[in-house]
Each structure stands twice: as structure tokens, then as C-alpha cells.
Design a protein around this ligand. Structure first.
Ligand SMILES: Cc1cc2nc3c(=O)[nH]c(=O)nc-3n(C[C@H](O)[C@H](O)[C@H](O)COP(=O)(O)OP(=O)(O)OC[C@H]3O[C@@H](n4cnc5c(N)ncnc54)[C@H](O)[C@@H]3O)c2cc1C
Length: 555
């Protein structure tokens, strides 16, 4: 918690070039790009970083093959270039992955036509991935036996990228980069109000954790509130050319469905002729998504969503047992903030599925506000650059963009990490056969911070022990998270810095004595309070977790 306190201290009565509102992907890249180019930046997020839309994506870094159906060539071209750039900058965090699309007789396109589309997509993407393939039904049956090929006429395989960890962790990497470049950033801080005084913004902020209110000032504001951007613009009486409408998307996490190497996304057309996917997530599969028009950003998974997704999967896969509700390990639900023109047609008239997934960055020069509408994780580097250009145009001088505000450390740093890990036989600490090598995991998740972890393990091998049986987290990672990842509530760690809540069943979490040690390392004296908060009351903390707490030496 020391990191967060320091950040709040800097914000109290602070004076910044830019105040960024919102710590989803758009706010995070805006802060990283501005701070990386020498601006003084504060970022606030009223929940946890990536705690709203940016934790509910499909985790795909893609050019949008399906947008070709709407002839959105400029958008696809831009997204493909962004995808290529991201895959190059994050070779360990974003991996190329095959999209294995089986087409049955009711699919809107014949396999040969889909293959033409896949080749065009490959070309539009400047051949940045492997070459697509046309698949016969027999090949699909042989290569992916889980697909029910009884009515399949063939298919295609094309390639895009996937975030190996989760979207929220990726967002946090930009928050971390912003902090390392000198920005002040804090979660659980809400913007209460912002007014113009003497050509500056004076913002009243509330620390949601303590209830304290304080002020900070900034020359410019970046409105990166995602689904809430219009609300803020209205509060400030800032007229914008665009506005947001919402499309709800649901994913269900279930036990792994494929029997093969599980490094492919399976793609199908659902009954409404929309593409939906089975996406790998470690030892699990994620099915989705839906695309439902809604009027509010606050949504939940309902029975219709669940029944629809389970039915689509059961109709298209050859599973030993059909998937049922009891197979669901976790749910993901969010709204896509989609951009429309402010003066354009009313939501009721908009053709939903054809709405573009592009973003818009717009400035109010008089009030010195930059607003980000819509967007995708995939387009994040462009958003960062576009926001920086707008802020510069509002009179904040920036250093030259050396493009060092994003990306993984250099190849030589990576080589050195792998060399040290090999010499100390790091992977021999691995206890579970089905997980990836520890060296890969630590480097991907922590980059240079991984060197300090190697030191800690050399000093005390217990630092390499798994802390919660099924969670793929070793003790030293918790110590690092406590210091550097601004984990304010236990859920921040369980759901966003890690993906434990997504891949481990709730019953296993509740039966995990290791959770008490997790809380102890993350929160020290506050561990009990944070455990009680996580489980919804001190009395609700499960017996197994309490037992774990008793085994601890908390001194
Ligand atoms: C189902 C689904 C699947 C998707 N799949 C993909 C995909 O595979 N690939 C891809 O590239 N994109 C995908 N997207 C799109 C992408 O996830 C979103 O476009 C992106 O996450 C939006 O980020 P954002 O920063 O604009 O909004 P958010 O992540 O919602 O961030 C805005 C933040 O502002 C905060 N905020 C609001 N008001 C205030 C205030 N007053 N004070 C402080 N903070 C405030 C909110 O708490 C929120 O956290 C998907 C989206 C959905 C919904």
C-alpha cells in the first residue's frame, strides 16, 4: 500500500500538465505516452485499474477479420498494423494464434469464399502473420476432433494475436510504465467535480478507500472514462462531435474443451450468423461472445446469455458430455463503448452489429479537454500517440516520441534473464507438470523486475514455492505485487493482476489455506480487513482460509 500512499501524496494539492480520468486501456496508454514524453501526469481510476470494460475483453489482439463483412477496409488495415506493432513490441506477452473456423452448411460464406477473405486479410495485414489455410472437413476432423463435422463443409485457418496473461494485466503494464516515467497514478480515486479556474482545471478527488476528499489542478484533462465519457462531458458542458452507445458482450470460462495442444481459437458462426469463439486461457477455455444492445454500462450475465452460449457450443462441438451451467468456472461481462456521431441517428435507429469498432480522439480547445471515444485494446498504441498529439496541440510541450513508453525490455536483457535462470536451475522448482516453465512465466509477467525475483529465490528457495495450489503463483510474485502493483483490495490481485478468479473454481479458492498468506503478504496488518472485505464480512471468511491464517507467523 506504500506505493498508493505516495501517489496520493503527490496528487494532494498537486499541479500537473494533464489529469487523466479513467484507468482502463485508453487512460493507461494516454498516461504512459504523455509521461514517457516528459509531461507531468496524474491518472485516477475510481475502481481498480482495468476494473471496468478493460477486464472483460476477449483478450485478442486482432485486425478484425469479421469487420471485412461490413467492408470496413480502413479500420481492418489500421487494426492489423496495430496488431503487428504490438506483437513485435510484446513478443512474450502477445503470441500469434491460429483462428480455426469451421463452416457448416448454414454459414453465410462457403469455405472457398472465406479463404479468399482470409487471404485478403493476410495481405491487408501486410503478411504480418503466418499464411492462412483452406481446410477440408476431413482435415478439420483429423486436426480438431472436438469439432462436430457432421454438417461442416470445410473451413479456414487464419492468424491473429492473443494476450497470454489477461487484458487487465496488460493494462496495468501501461500504468506501471507511466509511474516509472514519473506519473502519479492511483486506483480507487474518483473524480467528484472539475471546474475551470484561471485557465486551469481544479479537480476535487475522492479516495474511495478512506473517504478523504482533496483537490489537484491540471492544465489539461484527458477524458478516458470509457462508457462514462459522455457523462463527464455533460458535467463540464463540453460539446463533442461524438458520443457512445453500448453493446454488451459476455464470455463464459469453462474447463478446457479441446483435446489437442490448445493453442488455437476455434471460430464458428452462431445461430444469428455472428462469429463466436472458443478461446484458450491457460488450462481453461473461454466461450463467447454475445453482442446485445443495452442502454446502461452496468450489466450482468443473465440466463439468456448463458443458455445461448452453452447451446451454441453444444451444437457445434463433439463433447463427451454437453456443457451445462455447472461447468462454468467464471463469467466475464462488459459493454463495448461504440462511437457514433453526436448529432447522428438515435440509438434506436442504429444497425447494431454493423456499428464500427473504431475509436475517435477529440479535443475541446476552449476547455482544454481531450476525449477518447470507443476503441480496442488492439489499437492502444495509436490511441496513446493520438492523445499525445492532441495534448501537444493544446499547448503542452512534449519531448520527441522515442517510442520507449511501451514494449518489453531488450533482447539482451531477456537473454541475460534466461541465462541466470538456467544457471540457477529455476525451472527445477516447478512442481506441476502441466504449467509452462517458470522462467517463461516470470519473464513474461515481470520483465526486468524478474531479476530481483531471481535474487530473492537464490537467497530463500521457499520464494519459488506455489502459494495457492492451483493458481500458478509463487511466493516471490506476491512480494513483488505487494511492492509494485498497487493491489488495494484482494480482488485486484485475484481478478486483475492475476487471473486466479477466472481459472480457479470459487470452491477451490474458498478451500485454499494459501489465500491467508496471500492476504498477509499483500496487506500485512490489514490482511484480516481485506479478507473480510473480499468474502463480504468477517463471518463469511471460509474456515480453510482462517485455518491458513492460524498457521502464519504474522510478526
Ligand atoms: C465483450 C468484449 C470483448 C472485447 N474484446 C476485445 C478484444 O478481444 N480485443 C480488443 O482489442 N478489444 C476488445 N474489446 C474492446 C475493449 O475491451 C474496449 O474497447 C476497451 O477495454 C475500452 O477501454 P476504455 O479505457 O475506453 O474503457 P474502460 O476500461 O471502461 O475504462 C474507463 C474507466 O474510467 C473509469 N471512470 C469513469 N468515470 C470515472 C470517474 N468519474 N472518476 C474516475 N474514474 C472513472 C471507470 O471506472 C473505468 O475503469 C472488447 C470489449 C468487450 C466489452
Amino acid at each position: 500500500m506504500a506505493l498508493r500512499s505516495t501517489q496520493l501524496d503527490r496528487m494532494r494539492d498537486g499541479s500537473f500538465d494533464t489529469l487523466v480520468i479513467g484507468g482502463g486501456i485508453n487512460g493507461a496508454v494516454a498516461a504512459a505516452s504523455l509521461a514517457g514524453r516528459g509531461a507531468s501526469v496524474a491518472l485516477i481510476e475510481r475502481g481498480d485499474f482495468a476494473g471496468f470494460t478493460s477486464q472483460s475483453s476477449s483478450n485478442l489482439v486482432w485486425g478484425g477479420f469479421k469487420y471485412l463483412e461490413n467492408y470496413e477496409l480502413p479500420l481492418v488495415s489500421k487494426l492489423c498494423r496495430s496488431r503487428n506493432r504490438l506483437m513485435k513490441a510484446y513478443p512474450d506477452n502477445i503470441k500469434e494464434i491460429g483462428f480455426y473456423a469451421a463452416l457448416d452448411e448454414s454459414a453465410p460464406h462457403a469455405p472457398w469464399f472465406a479463404a479468399l477473405g482470409a487471404w485478403a486479410y493476410w495481405a491487408i495485414g501486410l503478411f504480418g502473420t503466418r499464411r492462412p489455410r483452406l481446410l477440408s472437413a476431413a482435415t478439420i476432423e483429423h486436426e480438431e476432433p472436438v469439432i462436430d463435422t457432421s454438417s461442416t463443409s470445410g473451413g479456414i485457418e487464419y492468424y491473429d494475436g492473443i494476450l497470454v496473461d489477461n487484458d487487465a494485466r496488460f493494462v496495468f503494464s501501461f500504468i506501471r510504465a507511466a509511474i516509472e516515467a514519473g506519473a502519479a497514478a492511483a486506483n480507487y480515486v474518483e473524480l467528484v467535480s472539475a471546474t475551470r479556474e484561471n485557465d486551469r482545471w481544479v479537480a476535487t478527488l475522492r479516495d474511495i478507500d478512506s473517504g478523504e476528499e482533496f483537490t489537484t489542478s491540471a492544465t489539461t484533462i484527458v477524458n478516458a472514462a470509457g462508457p462514462f465519457v459522455d457523462e463527464l462531458s455533460a458535467d463540464w458542458e463540453s460539446q463533442t462531435k461524438h458520443r457512445i452507445v453500448y453493446s454488451k458482450g459476455v464470455h463464459l470460462v469453462v474447463p478446457r474443451l479441446t483435446t489437442t495442444d490448445h493453442h488455437k481459437v476455434l471460430a464458428f458462426y452462431d445461430d444469428t450468423q455472428r462469429l463466436f469463439y472458443v478461446i484458450p486461457m491457460g488450462r481453461r477455455s473461454v466461450i463467447g461472445t454475445t453482442d446485445t444492445r443495452v442502454d446502461t454500462p452496468f450489466t450482468d450475465v443473465d440466463d439468456d446469455d448463458i443458455n445461448f452460449l452453452l447451446q451454441q457450443i453444444n451444437d457445434r462441438l463433439d463433447l463427451d458430455q454437453p456443457l451445462t451451467k455447472s461447468d462454468i468456472i467464471a463469467e466475464r461481462c462488459g459493454v463495448r463503448p461504440l462511437v457514433v456521431t453526436a448529432k447522428g441517428s438515435d440509438q434506436a435507429e442504429v444497425d447494431w452489429t454493423k456499428l464500427s469498432r473504431k475509436h475517435a480522439v477529440e479535443s475541446d480547445h476552449q476547455r482544454r479537454v481531450v476525449t477518447i471515444f470507443g476503441g480496442k485494446l488492439t489499437d492502444c498504441l495509436n490511441v496513446g500517440e493520438e492523445v499525445a498529439a492532441e495534448i501537444e496541440a493544446l499547448g503542452i510541450p512534449l519531448e520527441k516520441d522515442l517510442r520507449n513508453w511501451y514494449g518489453e525490455p531488450s533482447v539482451s536483457a531477456r537473454d541475460e534473464f534466461y541465462r541466470q535462470a538456467r544457471l540457477m536451475r529455476l525451472d527445477a522448482f516447478q512442481t506441476k507438470a502441466d504449467t509452462e516453465p517458470l522462467t517463461d512465466r516470470l519473464w513474461r509477467r515481470y520483465g526486468r523486475r524478474g531479476f530481483a525475483m531471481l535474487d530473492a529465490i537464490r537467497e530463500d528457495p521457499a520464494m519459488a514455492e506455489d502459494i495457492m495450489g492451483s493458481a500458478d503463483y509463487i511466493r516471490v510474485e506476491l512480494h513483488s505485487a505487494a511492492r509494485s502493483e498497487m493491489v488495494t483490495r484482494l480482488e485486484d490481485f485475484m481478478r486483475r493482476r492475476s487471473k486466479i478468479e477466472l481459472v480457479v473454481r470459487d470452491s477451490d479458492i474458498r478451500n485454499s489455506p494459501g489465500l491467508a498468506e496471500v492476504a498477509d503478504i499483500l496487506f500485512g496488518d490489514e490482511a484480516d480487513r481485506r479478507l473480510a472485505e473480499y468474502f463480504g464480512g468477517a463471518d463469511a471468511v471460509p474456515e480453510a482460509v482462517r485455518a491458513g491464517a492460524r498457521q502464519l507467523d504474522v510478526t
